[in-house]
Write a protein that binds this ligand. Structure first.
Ligand code: G16
Length: 543
């Protein structure tokens, strides 16, 4: 088998965002597009010769084609062993798990997460490092810099591999092994959770509905929830991964999982309703008659984690992204452990987890996880909830209300304005930046602004510095408005407005969040001039 050097030229726009390079499928299908980016990854790595690379994706359209290219390029670039999930599948947390379990050099994960798939949908490529987590900014910046100068790539001349047949084949000097995508992950879950207790609870009548949204978690959820834990067949729905996710948008939020929400609010609701996204790292949690916000879910999981065997000795610390509500901080304070506030992007948790500073991390964007891998993990969150329900033998609603009584409730919502004109969105953020100095001390609709800034973060472990991570307006009473532009969209800009208000009084808990936050929403719209600058009357998605 020969290795071919193919001449190429830089392609503009290959700049990784919040989580890897995400673009429309036709962009990735353009000549040399995948190859340029992948070679730029390889060119940015040191000491990869002879090492192990993990490759897999969420099964979306173009997954298999991209994997064929990446595997042939990995072999040509000197990797000694390439592990590929059967059928090209590996959920993002499972990829992280395999990288760690098999001591790989790193992995290439193909996904555009919760974005739609199909020939006109989205695709993405992300590089994960040896700890199993997304490459830190130092590496993603080096990759981007390389895409601007690249003039050639290496590829092995070989027929396509059979991605469906388990086992090892030789490709040039490399061995390619097609592995069971579920096995390592399932084994890891066994070390964390009390499977016997969950199984007994399910046998005793605990009911659940897990919606895999025709995305990658189907095989994982079937194997664990139904086959291992005994949930009746049909508890996992939409379990077969499809290249276009069955035409649906695999984003587990209240808009795209409305059917699940309706079920959970109705008379036939099971005890726990959950869903996961395209690549299996996000989760949606709904109890019977009660949606649990991702920020609250993080706080509740942290407060109750000791009930699961993997966390019985307690947590070292809790980390959340800056826009995530401060509910988790209250748990940390009560437990007497540190709370960390990082920029948006799971990659910022990596150092905290590696250094043993944090055990559980989470984000408002439906992501929670722990030090078991270095990605957020949708099914992990569901299993931890099930473990908690099995031990506490209370409903989700009772557990949440009790939590609020102890810690207070952080009312929280996120308003998204999607596909906004990029210039208008940048202008809106610039306009907010211009106001930062003048805002403190001002009274807006009766609320006094305490501080206003553009969030910046210095990593406590390696000292790396990240600026311009979101505009924060914080009021004297602890209420907060945060504005950010999404780093994961593929067309135009997405403006995210995060709203939060703390309510200590139990008599006022459990009210409608949009109503409670209405005064703050009005201030947020006015200060940013959202209507005037974007032309939008209301958000596209409210979560
Ligand atoms: C990615 C990141 C998350 C981030 C989310 C939303 O998640 O890993 O850390 O919170 O994007 O980012 P943004 O607000 O910039 O769109 P995923 O699930 O898309 O990989």
């Amino acid at each position: 088998m020969s290795i071919r050097t193919v001449e190429t030229a830089p392609i503009a726009g290959q700049n990784p965002g919040t989580s890897g390079l995400r673009k429309k499928v036709p962009v990735f299908q353009a000549p040399h597009y995948v190859e340029n980016f992948v070679q730029s990854i390889f060119d940015s790595l040191e000491g990869a010769k002879g090492q192990t690379l993990v490759v897999g994706g969420d099964g979306r359209y173009f997954n298999r084609e991209a994997i064929q290219t990446i595997v042939k390029m990995a072999a040509a670039n000197g990797f000694g062993r390439i592990l590929v999930g059967q059928g090209g599948l590996l959920s993002t947390p499972a990829a992280s798990c395999v990288i760690r379990a098999r001591k790989a050099y790193g992995g290439i994960v193909l996904s555009a997460s919760h974005n739609p798939g199909g020939p006109d949908g989205d695709f993405g490529i992300k590089f994960n490092v040896a700890n199993g987590g997304p490459a830190p900014e130092k590496i993603t910046q080096a990759i981007y810099a390389r895409t601007l100068t690249i003039d050639g790539y290496l590829i092995t001349e070989a027929p396509d591999l059979d991605l469906d047949r388990l086992g090892a084949v030789t490709l040039g000097d490399a061995t390619v092994e097609i592995i069971d995508p579920v096995a390592d992950y399932k084994a890891l879950m066994h070390t964390l959770f009390d499977f016997a207790a969950i199984r007994a609870a399910i046998a005793g009548g605990l009911t659940l509905r897990f919606d895999a949204m025709h995305a990658v978690t189907g095989p994982y959820a079937k194997a664990i929830l139904e086959d291992e834990l005994g949930a009746p067949a049909g508890s996992v729905v939409n379990a077969i991964p499809l290249p276009d996710f069955g035409g649906h948008h695999p984003d587990p939020n209240l808009v795209h999982s409305k059917h699940l929400y309706d079920l959970m609010m109705g008379p036939d609701a099971p005890d726990l309703g959950a869903a996961s996204d395209g690549d299996g790292d996000r989760n949606l949690i709904i109890g019977r008659g009660l949606f649990v916000t991702p920020s609250d879910s993080l706080a509740l999981l942290a407060a109750n984690a000791h009930l699961a065997p993997g966390y019985k000795s307690g947590l070292r610390g809790i980390a959340r992204s800056m826009p995530t509500s401060a509910a988790a901080d209250r748990v940390a304070a009560r437990l007497g452990i540190p709370a960390y506030e990082t920029p948006t992007g799971w990659k910022f948790f990596g150092n905290l987890l590696d250094a043993g500073l944090a055990t559980i991390c989470g984000e408002e964007s439906a992501g929670t996880g722990s030090n078991h891998v270095r990605e957020k993990d949708g099914l992990w969150a569901v299993l931890l909830w099930l473990n908690i329900l099995a031990v506490r033998k209370q409903s989700v609603r009772d557990i949440v209300h009790e939590h609020w009584r102890i810690h207070g409730q952080n009312y929280y919502s996120r308003h998204d304005y999607e596909e906004v004109d990029s210039e208008a969105a940048n202008g809106l953020i610039a306009h907010l930046r211009d106001q930062l100095a003048a805002l403190p001390g001002q009274t807006l609709d009766g609320l006094v602004v305490k501080t206003a800034d553009d969030f910046a973060y210095t990593d406590p472990v390696d000292g790396s510095f990240s600026s311009k991570q979101g505009i924060r307006v914080i009021f004297e009473d602890g209420s907060r408005i945060v504005y950010r532009l999404s780093g994961t969209g593929t067309s135009g800009a997405t403006l995210r407005v995060y709203l939060e208000r703390f309510e200590p009084d139990p008599a006022r808990h459990g009210a409608d969040a949009q109503q409670v936050l209405a005064p703050l929403i009005a201030i947020a719209n006015r200060v940013a001039g959202i209507k005037e600058r974007t032309g939008r009357e209301k958000p596209d998605v409210i979560t």
